[in-house]
Write a protein that binds this ligand. Structure first.
Ligand code: HGY
Ligand code: MN
Ligand code: MN
Length: 399
């Protein structure tokens, strides 16, 4: 199956016909369908499939001597944010299979294994921690903490892994697998408007993190509770959202509150609690920290007159990632000097870069929109991405 056929096969899975957005949350039916698609494509190419203990999948093209060492790994993820676009993740996986097909059609002589990875729960849309699969693989999150993570229905990651046939007690860093990876090159749709050419190379990922705010007040009747008697957590929550925007502007950061949970969530009930998540990012670590601290302070000031408590928890934080310079330069040379640009989006390549040389290729996104249905990449640019990835894999693993 060529690129467009693979793309067409994936396209309808988990897509909301009303909005065009995707709902492919880790180990839910649409994502399981995507996993099945991946295994089919791997089998179709006689690739050697490996499942690690963390729910990540790998399909290996091994050289004639069967060596598994010093592999060139590519691939990405198949899960999505709620209402996400079609390209974030899948473009990297489909392009990886298409690049292997190109190399085989050219009769390329494989010197090192080439692997196609699908990392689990990259968006953190179900269990709240982005890049959960690659963080577990690299030891960036404690297995006990991961096991206890819960989804919106209260299912723990451990339960979900068990139901998927995995052993929750086996999750964690995999030194054997990491030891076999010589480098990781992830192709990804660009999430922004900076790339003016079909393909670019990533220089860095800016610092970013997620914080949970818990506002606790007192549930009561919307109609019979006088204003002075209320302890309404919705009010300091509202203050916090507005403060996030102001703090971001002050600190040259970006801050987003995209997810909020109101309990009990009745039209005619004053909430007893409001939980909201802050996503904050900035070119410098200090600016992120300052932004979050200012939002926290503003939330507490806003809560006081309403006798509402505020608890803040850092759920994940990723320091700046400067991709491996020699690998990045070698890829840029292979591609004839493409644009090199930073990104404000987190990626498995960023997590892997703590343990193996990692790099990223970006494919132009004419809308610049991501994490929304308008995310896009033109057919010609998708093919340019495959050609670029093919050239990079050829240089790194063949000849
Ligand atoms: O949130 C991010 O930056 C990435 O898309 N997971
Ligand atoms: Mn994403
Ligand atoms: Mn992604």
């Amino acid at each position: 199956m060529g690129f467009e056929e693979m793309w067409a096969a994936l396209l309808p899975i988990g897509r909301d016909p009303a909005t065009g957005g995707y709902h492919r949350f880790a180990w839910t039916p649409p994502e399981l369908q995507c996993r099945a698609w991946f295994l089919d494509e791997a089998r179709r190419r006689d690739l050697d499939v490996e499942h690690d203990a963390n729910g990540n999948m790998f399909a290996w093209w091994l050289p004639g001597d069967g060596s598994r060492d010093d592999a060139v790994l590519t691939g990405s993820h198949l899960d999505s944010v709620p209402g996400g676009g079609a390209f974030d993740g899948p473009l990297g996986v489909v392009s990886a299979f298409a690049a292997i097909d190109c190399l085989r059609e050219r009769g390329a002589g494989l010197r090192r294994p080439i692997g196609v990875a699908v990392f689990a729960e990259e968006e953190g849309a179900r269990f709240g921690i982005a890049c959960l699969g690659s963080r577990l693989l690299t030891g960036a999150i404690a297995p006990a903490r991961a096991r206890a993570l819960t989804d919106g229905d209260g299912h723990t990651f451990a339960e979900v892994l068990h139901n998927a046939g995995l052993d929750p007690d086996a999750i964690g860093p995999d030194e054997d697998l990491l030891g076999r990876i010589g480098c990781f090159v992830e192709l990804h749709v660009e999430q922004g408007r900076a790339l003016r050419e079909p393909v670019g190379v990533a220089s860095s990922i800016i610092p970013h993190g997620r914080w949970r705010f818990d506002f606790r007040g007192e549930g009561d009747h919307a109609g019979t509770t006088a204003l002075p008697d209320r302890r309404d957590p919705m009010l300091p929550f509202a203050g916090m959202v507005l403060a996030a925007r102001e703090a971001a502007e002050r600190n040259g950061a970006v801050a987003t509150v995209g997810k909020v949970r109101v309990v009990p969530g009745g039209v005619n009930a004053i909430p007893s609690s409001v939980t909201a998540w802050l996503d904050a990012r900035a070119p410098e670590d200090e600016a992120v920290r300052r932004t979050v601290a200012e939002v926290d302070e503003a939330a507490r000031v806003a809560a006081r007159p309403h006798r509402v408590s505020v608890d803040l928890a850092e759920e994940s934080y990723t320091e700046v990632v400067d991709f491996h310079r020699a690998l990045r330069d070698r890829i840029a040379a292979t591609l004839g000097g493409p644009p090199v640009l930073p990104t404000g989006a987190g990626h498995d390549a960023g997590v892997l870069s703590a343990r193996v040389p990692a790099a990223m290729l970006f494919v132009r996104n004419p809308t610049g929109v991501s994490h929304a249905p308008a995310e896009s990449a033109e057919p010609a640019d998708r093919l340019a991405g495959v050609e670029a990835l093919t050239a990079v894999l050829d240089d790194l693993a063949c000849g």
